[in-house]
Design a protein around this ligand. Structure first.
Ligand SMILES: *Cc1c(COP(=O)(O)O)cnc(C)c1O
Length: 392
């Protein structure tokens, strides 16, 4: 049987590892030594589970979308991460890592953010746990995601605008890593997706795996079986997808479909379809697929959705694609927008633009009438209303 989980050296097949500056070796090693024991301890699990239940509002519903099902000729269940506190799946991870940081004796939290969703989730948790919080955000994103910046400030976080490079997520991540290098003793870096050096991809996947744990129990209740025919999720760095598929990875009967951002089209030069276009490289501490030019320079990605606008992808997902365990479909801006309107009109659910990309993959699949599909709606569309109206 193939193994799709991380090995002891931090690799998924040939992807992953921990490529960090000398000064961070000790930090990363300390984290690698600590994370499994802490995450698996009774004390951690009790505190984490009770916050997920009473603060986040879990379990998130598994909802049979009847009219959407009719449209695509199969049975589609939506896993409603959009109903979580702060509006997306990111809070599952932020809470887990903040609890871990506290148990490791760290007092200062840093984070990177693109659209601001991970920044808001982290600032929220830091308010809750009374921890200092600094969020790095590209200046371009600070300007276009103004509401999230105000939320973070209201929550007590310091938002640092980053003016290097394109002034977006990639640059914010570089700056957060730089901060960590300067404050290795007291600072914990909460990464927002299944990216970065080992052990982050595995740690974030474990913290998000609550999604597939719930799906198993909920599907058993609805359908009398734990396994769907299809699992579907969008991929930016890969955390909501990792959570959705975690407990199904080794069951090859369950087909995995991942949607990445095609932007204006995979061949257009304006795209974030990393698995389609990327070549092996090292980005933010991990060997993975990276959109890069002939000389290995990382290229600026593009997507209408800020949460998918990243030139890399988690090493777990790069490996799932390489092993043909997952089918990866690029979904373009216009296809995602159409799908967002469709879900809104059929089911009364306005999805996040990121989640709209996986909905946009539905017409590309040839379903059979008795297929059971579980599709994760990673977040709600409140933050995207302006974009939706502009593109009506
Ligand atoms: C951040 C975000 C994503 C993309 O991140 P992943 O780590 O790939 O899940 C997807 N959906 C929403 C709503 C987000 O906020």
């Amino acid at each position: 049987m193939k193994n799709y989980q991380v090995n002891n050296e931090g690799y998924y097949g040939e992807f992953g590892g921990a490529y960090v500056p000398e000064i961070l070796h000790r930090c990363v090693e300390e984290l690698t030594k600590a994370y499994r024991d802490i995450l698996e301890s009774d004390g951690f699990q009790r505190e984490y589970d009770s916050l997920l239940r009473d603060y986040v509002g879990r379990p998130s519903p598994l909802y049979l979308a009847r009219r959407l099902s009719q449209t695509y000729g199969c049975k589609i269940y939506l896993k409603r991460e959009d109903l979580n506190h702060t509006g997306a799946h990111k809070i599952n991870n932020a809470i887990g890592q903040a609890l871990l940081a506290r148990r490791m004796g760290k007092t200062r939290i840093i984070a990177e953010t693109g659209a601001g969703q991970h920044g808001v989730a982290t600032a929220t948790v830091c308010a809750l746990l009374d921890m200092e919080c600094v969020v790095y955000m590209g200046k371009t994103d600070v300007e276009r995601q103004h509401v999230n910046v105000e939320k973070m400030k209201m929550l007590g976080a310091t938002v640092v605008p980053v003016t290097s490079g394109n002034m977006t997520l990639k640059d914010a991540t570089n700056e957060a890593i730089r901060d960590w290098c300067c404050h290795p003793a007291d600072t914990y870096y909460i990464i927002g997706s299944t990216v970065g050096p080992h052990p982050y991809p595995d740690m974030v996947a474990r913290l998000q795996s609550v999604i597939s744990r719930e799906i198993r129990a909920q599907l058993l209740e609805h359908e009398g079986r734990e396994c769907p025919d299809y699992l579907m999720a969008c991929v930016g760095g890969g955390s909501n997808a990792a959570g959705t598929i975690y407990h199904y990875l080794n069951d090859e009967r369950v087909k995995i479909v991942l949607a990445e951002a095609g932007g204006k089209g995979v061949e257009s030069g304006l795209t974030a379809a990393t698995i389609c276009l990327g070549r092996k490289g090292i980005l933010h501490g991990s060997k993975t697929l990276v959109i890069q030019d002939e000389d290995g320079q990382v290229e600026e990605p593009y997507s209408i959705s800020a949460g998918l606008d990243y030139p890399g992808v988690g090493p777990m997902h790069a490996n799932l694609a390489a092993q043909h365990r997952a089918t990866v479909l690029p979904v373009n801006d216009d296809e995602a927008l159409r799908a967002a309107y469709e879900l809104t009109r059929l089911e009364g659910i306005i999805p996040a633009l990121e989640s709209a990309h996986v909905l946009g993959a539905l017409p590309k699949i040839d379903f059979k009438p008795d297929d059971v599909v579980v599709l994760t709606v990673s977040g709600r569309g409140d933050k995207d209303i302006e974009t939706y109206l502009k593109n009506l």
